[in-house]
Design a protein around this ligand. Structure first.
Ligand code: PCA
Length: 209
């Protein structure tokens, strides 16, 4: 059984006035998950290579979740992307919200090149697909702030027994593309449903043990 889920979303970046990941995190935290007796807390993260690790660590220390679902927005997809791996590298062409551009820098010098989620992402994919929501598993979360955040979370999972984490990239939501009809988007309701499904599935799996 799960007790507490920490859902993170990011502040706006890249010229957008909102971020689909934060819209979804707030909605799921306020609705909860029907039939699952779990507390869901939403925390907003800064789009900052330098600051995001500390903000995530403090949120985990404060809320003591058993599951962390990190959400991030990407403009290049029209489906939910379940991220399998975080790489120990930061590199970007665009500056973060502090104005910083990373240039092939390790997140933690001398540590492992890649960390993998221990959650059953294939079961998540099947359960989300079964509801008619477009979803895929991807093997790179990029090298921008989302990947940096994911590496931090998976590193913390090794230190804290009972903590599991997954990163999910989300498309823009329908309201963000009104003036850019060529851009891909997804309904907020479908993205919320996908996140709720991950919580349901993890709760069921933990119950079996
Ligand atoms: N997406 C960015 C960082 C913040 C966000 O929502 C990324 O994919 O790295």
């Amino acid at each position: 059984m799960l007790h507490r889920v920490l859902l993170t979303g990011f502040e706006p970046f890249g010229g957008y006035t909102d971020n689909s990941s934060w819209e979804v995190a707030q909605r799921v935290a306020s609705c909860g998950v029907e039939g699952v007796d779990v507390e869901v807390v939403a925390v907003q993260l800064p789009v900052s290579f330098a600051r995001v690790g500390e903000v995530l660590r403090s949120a985990i220390e404060l809320h003591i979740p058993d599951l962390v679902i990190m959400l991030g927005q990407t403009t290049t997809t029209d489906c939910v992307r379940l991220e399998r791996v975080a790489l120990n590298m930061m590199d970007s062409r665009k500056a973060d919200n502090d104005g910083y551009i990373a240039d092939e820098e390790p997140i933690y010098e001398g540590e492992e090149s890649a960390l993998f989620t221990s959650l059953p992402i294939k079961s998540f994919r099947s359960a989300i697909e079964a509801q008619g929501i477009a979803v895929k598993i991807t093997n790179s979360a990029g090298l921008y702030v989302c990947n940096r955040t994911y590496y931090e979370a998976l590193r913390l999972c090794r230190e804290r027994e009972g903590l599991q984490a997954i990163f999910v990239h989300l498309p823009l939501y329908e309201g963000q593309t009104l003036s850019q009809p060529d851009k891909k988007s997804m309904l907020l309701g479908d993205m919320c449903r996908a996140v709720q499904t991950i919580i349901e599935e993890t709760n069921d799996k933990n119950r079996e043990v």
